[in-house]
Design a protein around this ligand. Structure first.
Ligand code: FES
Length: 199
């Protein structure tokens, strides 16, 4: 079992020496900061952190926090406090597939504890850890905002919904084998339409 936790800052040996947005993100970042009034520069911190995280394989290095603070001209602490507060920002490397299991009430009533236990047992990791081969990491999160399709699991940027032990187990196997997976409801229902949960 790995002892690496992605919710505390990665050790210095893992931190990149530099960070800056690539050309695509730089263009996007300049458009984002124009959306907000100049006296509310802090409002662009969260989308910029999300871009930095995507660019850096799913985690935010210290250099990205410094870079964003300079980029928009706000104190570093303003960026740091958001990066450390929200569970969606990872401060250390995560697995190729970062699994986040929602355990808030609707998901809990629909079996999220089983999803979490399945992950722990199958992958041999606990919450906040990554597998030795760096393929999977596991997190437990509050409501992902898709309660009607509970239980819900987020893997990287995608949601997987209406899960049960069989469909979740199959999903993990398919990801491990690099097979195509279906995003969204794992039942036959479309989106969040009623009535086809158990089909
Ligand atoms: S409670 Fe799980 S998505 Fe809302």
């Amino acid at each position: 079992m790995s002892e690496i936790s992605y919710k505390s800052f990665a050790e210095d040996s893992l931190q990149p020496k530099e960070f800056s947005f690539n050309n695509f993100n730089l263009k996007k970042a300049k458009e984002i900061i124009k959306i907000y009034p100049s006296n509310y520069k802090e409002s662009s911190i969260m989308p910029l952190l999300s871009m930095a995280q995507s660019q850096n394989k799913g985690w935010v290095p210290k250099k990205a926090i410094e870079y964003i603070s300079e980029f928009i001209g706000v104190p570093e602490i303003k960026v740091l406090e958001l990066a450390t507060f929200y569970s969606m920002y990872n401060l250390s490397p995560v697995g190729k597939f970062h699994i986040e299991v929602c355990t808030t009430t609707p998901c809990m009533l629909r079996g999220s504890d089983s999803m979490l236990n399945l992950c722990k047992k199958k992958l041999g990791i606990d919450i906040g850890e990554i597998t030795k081969d760096k393929t999977f990491s596991l997190g437990k999160v509050e409501c992902l905002g898709a309660c009607v399709n509970a239980p819900v699991v987020k893997i990287n940027e995608d949601y997987y919904e209406d899960l049960n032990s069989q469909t979740f187990d199959k999903l993990i196997n398919n990801l491990k084998d690099n097979k195509n997976v279906k995003i969204g409801p794992q039942s036959k229902r479309m989106g969040s339409e009623p009535g086809k949960l158990n089909d």
